[in-house]
Design a protein around this ligand. Structure first.
Ligand code: PLP
Length: 449
């Protein structure tokens, strides 16, 4: 068990609240944005009331906003930037490739290099196809699993986020009023207008409840193409899956010819061989994104050769055709390859060590301040919760209005004092960070509490 970091020479970060002042540059930009974007926003995830600070640049683990205020970036574009901002090797690789042309109606050598690296590192990856986002990767994995099995339905876990595809959005925002029983969670719509047929084709399972999940998969097995699971699901609360839970999913899906898909768009961060390496459970397909693009838009669907053959066009139209103008664009491939090569086993070990120390240190801050709170996560990922009850699944992490307000205030005060984490309390580390940055973060966190 990691021990908390002892803060020897505390250096809390300075105030960073100029964006919030009336007439700030961010306020002006937001007013302009409201005239051209719904709610002034083009990415729901980054909205914060009443408006966010606008970023202008980043260097290492620091982000500077348009007012000139600098914050420690503990969000790294929602976990995508594992080397922080503007790492010289990634900038060099991307700009060198960009100068040779941004994209072509032909494949480029770079896509083979990154695919080969992924096949080497991800236990389930024998073949790879690239996309431009994690959402598209999940969409293609689901379509691929349907093509492979000839079955229509998928199963996913209550509360788990897998991107913006109708089927995988089911039960993302279930509430106590509509979530039904734990043994058979209801399929609830996330967007208004979701076709009832989509809800009918998604079976919802309780995360980390082995018996209930397995029983429901067995009942639905004849119609299930895939079971989709993120081993460390952020929106479920960022509690790692229980190892025996993942093993049971592996066994029941294998027994019924169901494709087991691991969504490692975020959780690939937890180990050199991904979450599947860390848990010792190998799925049939894996979706990737975020860190594998070095900060540029990316996604990948990978898997066993026979499953991935549904995308193979060499014998005529594939079972699951997959196009995409910018798939495997060489600039992303070059940046991603540079980023992944920097991620040696030693780099992971260092990040894991920092992550473990940070989680216990933040937990200790809650205890010392006498404020109810806890910290979940794995590897370089952490999530702050405004509660100290036991967290197992989506239902147990749902906040009361009082808890939600305390979390809102905590995140806001961190933002005003030089620390950027997500409005949901999600954070992550990057390789440019060291003990000094962590000490400043912990000191600021303690002061804010
Ligand atoms: C587990 C998981 N899957 C899929 C996605 C979608 O990826 P993208 O935002 O690149 O579309 C995300 C995004 O955060 C994610 O966390």
């Amino acid at each position: 068990m990691a021990t908390p970091i002892s803060v020897k020479s505390p250096r809390p970060l300075g105030e960073t609240r100029r964006w919030a002042a009336p007439g700030s540059k961010s306020a002006e930009l937001f007013a302009r944005a409201q005239g051209v974007m719904p709610g002034g926003n083009t990415r729901t995830t980054v909205y914060m009331a009443p408006y966010p600070p606008y970023a202008v640049s980043g260097e290492g683990c620091w982000v500077t906003d348009v007012e000139g205020d600098r914050r420690l970036d503990c969000l790294n574009n929602y976990t995508a930037l594992i080397h922080g901002h503007a790492h010289p090797a990634i900038v060099e690789a991307a700009t060198r490739r960009l100068a040779l042309g941004a994209s072509f109606p032909l494949p480029t050598p770079e896509e083979i290099d990154l695919a080969a690296l992924l096949c080497e590192r991800v236990p389930s990856a024998e073949r790879v196809r690239f996309t431009n986002s994690g959402s598209e990767a999940v969409m293609m994995a689901v379509k691929g699993a349907r093509a492979f099995t000839g079955r229509p339905k998928i199963a996913k876990f209550e509360g788990a986020y897998h991107g913006s595809y109708d089927y995988v959005e089911v039960s993302l925002g279930s509430t106590p009023e509509n979530w039904g029983s734990l043994a058979a969670p209801a399929s609830t719509a996330y967007s208004r207008g979701t076709p009832p047929a989509v809800l009918d084709d998604v079976v919802v399972l309780p995360f980390n409840y082995t018996d209930q999940a397995v029983a429901r998969i067995e009942r639905e097995a004849a119609h299930l193409a895939a079971v989709l699971v993120d081993p460390v699901p952020n929106r479920v609360g960022l509690m790692p899956a229980r190892r025996e839970f993942l093993r049971a999913l592996r066994e029941v899906t294998a027994a019924h010819g169901i494709v087991l898909i691991f969504d490692e768009v975020i959780s690939f961060r937890v180990g050199y061989h991904g979450a599947q390496g860390a848990f010792g459970v190998t799925p049939d397909m894996t979706t990737l994104g975020k860190i594998i693009g070095g900060g540029l838009p990316v996604g990948a669907v990978t898997g066993r050769e026979d499953v991935m053959a549904v995308f193979d066009p060499t014998g005529g139209q594939p079972a699951a055709p997959h196009g995409g103008t910018f798939n495997a664009n060489p600039v992303t491939m070059a940046a991603g390859l540079a980023a992944m090569k920097l991620l040696t086993k030693e780099a992971y070990a260092r990040l894991d060590d920092l992550g473990a120390k940070l989680r216990v240190s933040l937990d200790a801050c809650f205890k010392r301040a006498g404020v109810r709170g806890s910290v979940t996560g794995m590897g370089s990922l952490f999530r702050v919760h405004p509660t100290d009850r036991e967290l197992i699944d989506y239902r147990s992490t749902r906040t009361t209005p009082e808890e939600a307000e305390r979390l809102r205030q905590l995140v806001r005060r961190l933002l005003e004092h030089g620390v950027l984490i997500s409005v949901t309390g999600l954070g992550c580390l990057s390789t440019p960070m060291g003990d000094a940055e962590l000490e400043s973060l912990i000191e600021t966190f303690a002061a804010v509490l």
